[in-house]
Design a protein around this ligand. Structure first.
Ligand SMILES: [Zn+2]
Length: 455
């Protein structure tokens, strides 16, 4: 049997490839890879998707997401500070069973695919038992999202001293199950322990294991000086993706840049967490590549378009503030100012992110030889924005505008509807977890809404 072929016809294709640029034309996909991009492509017997009047972009990546928190959606949206987070979200870790991990991770993936997020780096800091990891991986397999399952090295705070070894063993166990083929939908990663909770020796052991097995690493960088400390210990590398990183100093960013490193910036989380956001501008100036993350559905809508829009807004704000403080007002364009355009955000969520998970030569661009992960955006009845189509993608698009999603050459959403997944199944999975973890009487109905008596 010949390979499955798919032809995306007549779209405005933002390839994100420096040689191809933007193309008004077609994309031919054979098997799980793109084989041609250009105008007037023909492919007899191929499935054809009409993309005329639509924008085609590489699949979006979320490089910092705690998928297990999907059922807690909105539970921390109003939070103020770490105590609220701990009480409403993090303390529930120990109430999640492996079954809950499956349902939560499955539901998170369905919602992400629906929203055009074809790849997730799932920072699984709820790996309370080996089965928690197994069930999360099984959910990734079942929903077919491209995923880096970053197994968490930090467990229950009560068991910090006793539970390290089985986690290290589990990394080897999972690694033996996963191949190294870049086309595999699921890859293993390692979520290094937050350094404020583990000894240097333990952290060093985790990093050594990841490097031995060739795994990408990520970690929560919320305490100042950690990048410097890792560097002094000879442990920092471009294979580690610090998340948030808002406390990173300029000299730390320079070291990270010299190693080809990046950060995963989670703008909405930084905003609501009241944290500094200057790192996004400082990292770019230092040569550190940013990618973007939703972080948690407990706080943020599962929406990378939203994160791109907020990041653009923040970056314009930060730079305008610099200009005002330097008495350069009213604003004027000059070389290097402004630092970014909307299109830069799309680079963060595609090219940079693919590089951060070690797949920069395989994902993040729509070019021959790359894996066929893409999103078709329907501008809808009000039409496309004027100017650069990337402006429309970054500043005017919502998950509901995602018309088509392709992952590994397989059509997962078409005409605005999921093809082989059911959003209703994801919703039911979320409700099951809520009932098991929060109880039958969980506050799905806010207490301040009283029932109106029947007439
Ligand atoms: Zn996080």
């Amino acid at each position: 049997m010949s390979e499955r072929r798919l032809l995306i016809k007549g779209g405005i294709v933002l390839t994100m490839d420096p040689l191809l640029g933007d193309v008004l034309g077609d994309i031919l996909i054979e098997g799980d890879r793109i084989t041609a991009v250009g105008a007037g492509l023909e492919a007899e017997g191929a499935q054809v998707i009409d993309a005329r009047g639509k924008i085609v972009i590489p699949g979006l990546h979320d490089t910092h997401m705690h998928s297990w928190q999907a059922p807690l959606r909105g539970g921390y949206a109003h939070g103020w500070g770490n105590a609220d987070y701990h009480n409403n979200v993090f303390s529930l870790r120990e109430s999640f069973t492996p079954v809950d991990m499956y349902d939560a991770t499955f539901a998170a993936g369905v919602e992400m695919i629906d929203a055009g997020i074809t790849t997730v780096l799932n920072f699984c800091h709820n790996t309370m038992t080996p089965e928690h990891a197994d069930e999360s991986v099984r959910a990734h397999r079942d929903n077919g999202q491209r995923a880096v399952f970053a197994i968490g090295m930090l467990g229950s705070f009560e068991e910090l001293k006793t539970d390290h070894q089985w986690r290290l063993d589990k990394v080897r166990d999972l690694h033996a199950q996963f191949g190294d083929d870049p086309a595999e939908l699921i890859r293993l990663g390692l979520a290094v322990s937050s350094m404020e909770y583990r000894s240097v020796d333990e952290v060093e052991t985790e990093i050594a294991l990841a490097r031995e097995l060739g795994l990408r690493m990520t970690f929560h960088q919320n305490v100042g000086g950690q990048l410097r400390q890792l560097h002094q210990l000879g442990l920092l590398g471009g294979d580690m993706l610090p998340a948030h990183a808002n406390v990173a100093a300029d000299d730390e960013l320079e070291v990270l840049a010299s190693m080809g490193g990046g950060i995963s910036f989670t703008p909405e989380g930084e905003f609501v967490g009241g944290r500094s956001m200057t790192v996004i501008a400082r990292s770019l100036k230092a040569g550190v590549t940013p990618s973007l993350g939703v972080d948690t559905a407990a706080r943020t809508k599962v929406d990378i378009f939203g994160q791109m829009r907020i990041t653009f807004t923040i970056m314009r704000y930060l730079q305008a503030q610099e200009e005002r403080e330097a008495d350069r007002w009213p604003l004027e364009r000059r070389p290097g100012t402004p630092l970014v355009e909307p299109r830069t955000m799309l680079e963060f969520a595609t090219v940079n992110a693919a590089q951060h998970i070690g797949l920069g030569d395989h994902l993040g661009r729509l070019a021959p030889g790359y894996l066929a992960d893409l999103v078709v955006i329907d501008p809808g009845p009000y039409g496309m924005a004027l100017g650069d189509p990337a402006n429309h993608v970054v500043l005017r698009t919502a998950p509901a505008d995602v018309d088509t999603v392709v992952i590994g050459g397989v059509v997962r959403k078409q005409g605005g509807r999921l093809t082989d997944l059911d959003a209703g199944d994801a919703g039911a999975a979320i409700q099951r977890v809520r009932t098991r973890v929060l109880g039958e009487e969980h506050p799905a109905m806010p207490p301040h809404l009283r029932k109106v008596p029947a007439a």
